[in-house]
Design a protein around this ligand. Structure first.
Ligand code: SF4
Length: 374
């Protein structure tokens, strides 16, 4: 029977691959990227794939060996007692899961191993076996390891639907505390720019990134400024946020856990910038004097701080309507289409259009304004 050789020299029967898959999937730690763990604790995750369809991905590390010293990570500095796939093992496993109808694709990340290029070569070889030898048509999201050489990045972009490098921190200063072995500008931002330029020559493919929230005392405003750079200069399609949770045995095990709502508020802020098109200057009104977001929907904070309310629902343009809590771009367009036919006369007209009740206190409707505003 074939055997899987682990980094420390131990081995499993091939039939025990699930054991190894479990160990390497557990090692993903902060690599959240929108993938939700299944309720049954399996290593297969639900995600949005091509064309916005829901798909199932097998999500795993290639190796949990890593020479980096990221303070929040359980894999930091692990030179022994780790485990790794070979490209053949991992591609066999992916093909088996696909044959069984359990997955649509693969999300492959990794520790850096002993050096990033040889680990990245193994990851790319896995994808090459899947794509070239077996014609694997499924979705593939491949992590690029910080510091990877340009030729390998070119190949990774060529073979994958999506690539990503985790920035982890909003700036080089924060990165020095989080992970002193990484050079923020050279290992991460330069690589992201290479990917941006490679993707610009292709008709498909995208780049995303992720950061850890609050492990180094950084403010939400610092995070937001780093995120704006990612969207504007790097052209990432999405930024994912992962609230810091100390893990026992890591360098940061004594640091304070961040509340999950902080991550949620950053996602809401991200949405206001990325989908609603609010400017960074306008969004900055959502932060308190210390640069943090309060625990409320930032759209509500912004409405209280800067919305010129009540907004006349029969007169307001699209930009004014989408700033009202409870009205998004879609529902604002519905209101404008409705107004072409008839006037909005009462709150029930809006409810029938699918507008949330929480919008009503911010609106003037046919001369009527709700007395209690907030
Ligand atoms: S690079 Fe950092 S976060 Fe990634 S596996 Fe290594 S120690 Fe962990």
């Amino acid at each position: 029977m074939d055997r899987l050789v682990l980094a420390q020299g131990a081995s499993f029967d091939l039939e025990d691959t699930d054991l190894k898959a479990e160990a390497l999937s557990r090692g993903m730690g902060y690599d959240r990227c929108c993938y939700r763990r299944n309720d049954d604790g399996s290593t297969i995750y639900s995600a949005w794939g091509r064309n916005g369809c829901r798909i199932s991905l097998f999500r795993t590390l290639f190796t949990n060996v890593c020479y980096h010293q990221c303070g929040y990570c359980q894999n930091a500095g692990r030179a022994s007692n780790g485990c790794s796939y070979t490209p053949e093992e991992l591609s066999d496993l992916v093909l088996r899961l696909r044959r069984e109808g359990r997955i649509d694709g693969l999300f492959l990340s990794s520790g850096a191993g002993r050096d990033e290029d040889s680990t990245m070569e193994g990851m790319i070889e896995t994808v090459r076996i899947l794509r070239v030898r077996h014609g694997f048509p499924g979705y593939i999201h491949l992590k690029i390891l910080p510091g990877t050489s340009r030729a390998l990045i070119e190949e990774a972009v060529e073979l994958s639907d999506r690539v990503s490098i985790n920035i982890e921190a909003p700036s080089g200063d924060v990165m020095e505390d989080l992970s002193p072995t990484k050079d923020y500008e050279r290992d991460i931002l330069d690589r992201q720019r290479w990917i941006r330029d490679l993707l610009a020559r292709r008709s498909s493919g995208s780049q995303t990134t992720q950061l850890v929230v609050g492990a180094a005392g950084e403010t939400d405003l610092e995070i937001f400024e780093g995120v704006v750079r990612e969207y504007r200069e790097i052209g990432v399609s999405r930024v994912y946020y992962s609230a810091f949770v100390p893990i026992k045995g890591t360098i940061f095990e004594g640091r304070m856990q961040q509340p999950r709502w902080r991550e949620s508020r950053l996602y809401q802020l991200d949405w206001l910038y990325r989908v609603y098109g609010l400017s960074p200057d306008e969004i900055k009104n959502a932060f308190d004097d210390d640069g943090f977001l309060p625990n409320e929907d930032p759209k509500v904070t912004l409405a209280r701080e800067s919305l010129d309310w009540p907004v006349d629902v029969n007169e307001a343009d699209l930009q004014s309507l989408i700033r009202v809590p409870g009205i998004g771009p879609e529902s604002a367009r519905r209101i404008i289409s409705y107004r072409r036919i008839k006037k909005v006369e009462r709150p029930s007209d809006l409810i029938r259009l699918g507008i949330k009740r929480k919008a009503i206190p911010y609106l003037r409707i046919n001369g009527w304004v709700q007395r209690r505003l907030f």
